[in-house]
Design a protein around this ligand. Sequence first.
Ligand code: ATP
Length: 259
Amino acid sequence: MNPKRILRVEQITKSYGKGDNVTEALKGISFDVLEGEFLGIMGASGSGKTTLLNCIATMIKPTSGKILLQSSDISSFKGTQLADYRGREIGYLFQEFELLDNLTARENIILPLSLHHVTGRQAEPELQELADRLDIKGVLDKFPAQMSGGQKQRVAAARALISKPSIVLADEPTGALDSKNSKILMDKLSAINKDQQKTILLVTHNALAASYCSRILFIQDGRLFHELRKNIETETPDRFYGRIVTVMAQLGGGSANVL
Ligand SMILES: Nc1ncnc2c1ncn2[C@@H]1O[C@H](COP(=O)(O)OP(=O)(O)OP(=O)(O)O)[C@@H](O)[C@H]1O
């Protein structure tokens, strides 16, 4: 059976500014996100990756085009429908963790649920399972200042996953981590993608992080430039990594971080 389509991005454009100061960040991008996919978005600095992710997250509105969840255009969502989309359909993982300093890891993780009137007690089984999977059981009662960067990002991952979103949007989640912690995070996200068929959309500069994806879209100057698909059955991670680095070299931009 063919996987279900979760999201359709249709001819999205986004311009910032006015008059002589217009920047066309996205110039007409279309693609589908399928259920269970680990989809990477790569491109040089300034190519439009974060703009694209933020349009999908409804943090900004596209100038034209549509983003369809099933058959509904998300830019038409208002009130409860918008809150439900943000709170239940998507989970967001940021580069800089964005944990609240005066809350413990446990409180940070369940914060999105409290906005939907789910109590800590109701969330406990899911919290324990995520803490186990992400290896953060030992830090649940610690504050962010008492945790390592790797632990903070895994707590942030638990927060993105606790509401069982249909799709996790991750914007450079390894950007503030060293290579050891990047690998730990990617191993765990990859296991969650495989075991739970969790759909993940990952924006990254990092070829090693991208090599965990099943498919990668490369963006250049606001347009789709290339697509790579991992051959899940026959391709070793090293070979996929090699193909990613080759496309990145063609993309240029000078900011490629291949570790
Ligand atoms: N709020 C804004 N106002 C004006 N221009 C913006 C704004 N946000 C982004 N841009 C511009 O839009 C373009 C795309 O930016 P975007 O942040 O989406 O790129 P990116 O690929 O995510 O870059 P990076 O990898 O450096 O994070 C860039 O030219 C950027 O300067």
